[in-house]
Design a protein around this ligand. Structure first.
Ligand SMILES: Cc1ncc(COP(=O)(O)O)c(C=O)c1O
Length: 403
């Protein structure tokens, strides 16, 4: 490998809630005391514990060295980098600069899009389990979420229930849906056929779509991402696509994402909504961060990252299947998250979820309460760490809980 995915970067004292909240016993981890002899292994918030691609820092350094920081427009290189990235990574060939628009964050972009598609109080279709960020941002902005539950088929693969989706759309007069592709926390990379089935339903009932594709670069075991907008003409012109280098390259602290919208009317309405706060503007360093990330070296870095994540996923899923009796999960095809269902384990041991979560935290394994994602027995586990740390975490969980 050309890049380093084995060194654990020093994150203490370097602005990282991943380690700060567990260490300080704050936020989700209030009142948690880590037993002596255990350090923190952060496996919760969706950021990564790898050193970043050097080109990102290099481009930012070069810009910082120039002593002017006035108002600016996005450089041509910014749009070129996105267009090249989308072509090389996702096979998108019809993207033009005008289709691309800056958004501070993906969630903010989702809300701007819903503001165009809905009136306040309207119902919006989402799958459950549901990423907590959707729940918070959509409800905070006055929309009502209607869930269509995903289910696991005979092979344990997460599937959409098309009948349920259509019924909910009709019953609740729904005209906007959020599709998370790949799905957080279930890790499904939706296929073209699955997305087409959705689109048929959406077209029949005049439903516009927000496609959150923030995880689209993180592909496990050779999965191939299909962009929602690519599946047919209806999808292309009725979907707001949301992307960011933040999940792929671990740049959440830099801020910066973008939308892709092909439909001129829809794009102009979304841009208007996004502009209303007067806060939705790019930071010049974040622009250079994206240019460094969406580069040839960035492509190699992500290819190598995906190998490391695949190894971690394969290791963890095997380990759980062999050692965590009473827990089930589907192997993710994308993202770096596991979504572990612990119902039988809890019932057999007569243990509640709070106790189970605490037992992990006490030995330094900071896995995440999965209940807010809408499964009362779930834990979400972030595997974006050097493999040795993942192994250490699973050994600790086995020795101290599941043995
Ligand atoms: C599906 C999904 N969308 C959006 C976000 C957050 O994006 P942003 O910080 O750009 O709003 C996350 C973060 O984990 C996510 O998992």
């Amino acid at each position: 490998m050309k890049y380093d995915f084995t060194t654990l970067p020093e994150r203490y004292g370097h602005d990282a809630i991943a380690v700060d909240l567990p260490t300080e016993g704050k936020g989700h981890f209030e009142g948690v005391t880590i037993k002596e002899g255990f350090d923190v292994i952060p496996m919760w918030v969706a950021d990564m514990n790898f050193v970043c691609l050097p080109d990102i820092q290099q481009r930012i350094h070069e810009r910082v060295d120039h002593p002017t920081f006035g108002y600016f427009n996005n450089r041509k290189e910014y749009y070129d980098s996105i267009i090249r990235w989308q072509k090389n990574r996702h096979g998108v060939t019809d993207l033009e600069p005008k289709h691309i628009g800056y958004e501070n964050g993906v969630l903010g972009g989702v809300i701007s899009a819903l503001n165009v598609m809905c009136s306040k109080g309207d119902n919006v279709l989402l799958h459950s389990p549901t990423y907590v960020g959707f729940t918070g941002s959509i409800e905070n902005n006055g929309y009502n979420i209607v869930h269509s539950p995903l289910y696991r088929d005979e092979e344990g693969v997460w599937r959409m229930d098309y009948e349920d989706m259509e019924k909910k759309i009709v019953d609740h007069k729904i005209h906007a849906a959020v599709i998370c592709n790949p799905h957080n926390p279930c890790g499904r990379v939706w296929t073209k056929e699955e997305l087409l089935k959705c689109m048929e339903i959406f077209e029949r009932h005049h439903v516009y779509v927000v496609a959150d594709e923030i995880w689209s670069d993180l592909m496990i075991n050779g999965s191939q991402h299909v962009t929602v907008q690519s599946v047919n003409e209806y999808a292309k012109y009725h979907t707001v696509g949301m992307y960011a280098p933040s999940k792929t390259f671990n740049l959440a602290g830099l801020i910066g994402s973008y939308h892709i919208i092909y439909n001129d009317w829809l794009r102009e309405r979304v841009e208007k909504e996004s502009s209303l706060s007067h806060y939705n503007s790019q930071n010049v360093l974040s622009m250079y961060g994206l240019i460094g990330a969406y580069s040839e070296n960035g492509e190699q870095w992500v290819d190598e990252l995906n190998q490391v994540l695949s190894n971690n996923v394969n290791y963890a899923v095997d380990f759980i299947e062999n050692n965590f009796k009473g827990c089930t999960l589907a192997k993710p095809q994308g993202t770096y998250m596991l979504y572990l269902h612990c119902e039988d384990f809890c019932k057999e041991r007569n243990m509640d979820m709070d106790t189970l979560l605490h037992k992990g935290w006490e030995v330094g394994v900071f896995w995440q309460d999965g209940r807010p994602f809408h499964d009362p027995y779930a834990i979400r586990i972030n595997l974006a760490l050097p493999t040795e740390r993942v192994k250490e975490a699973f050994d600790r969980l086995y020795e101290n809980i599941f043995r």
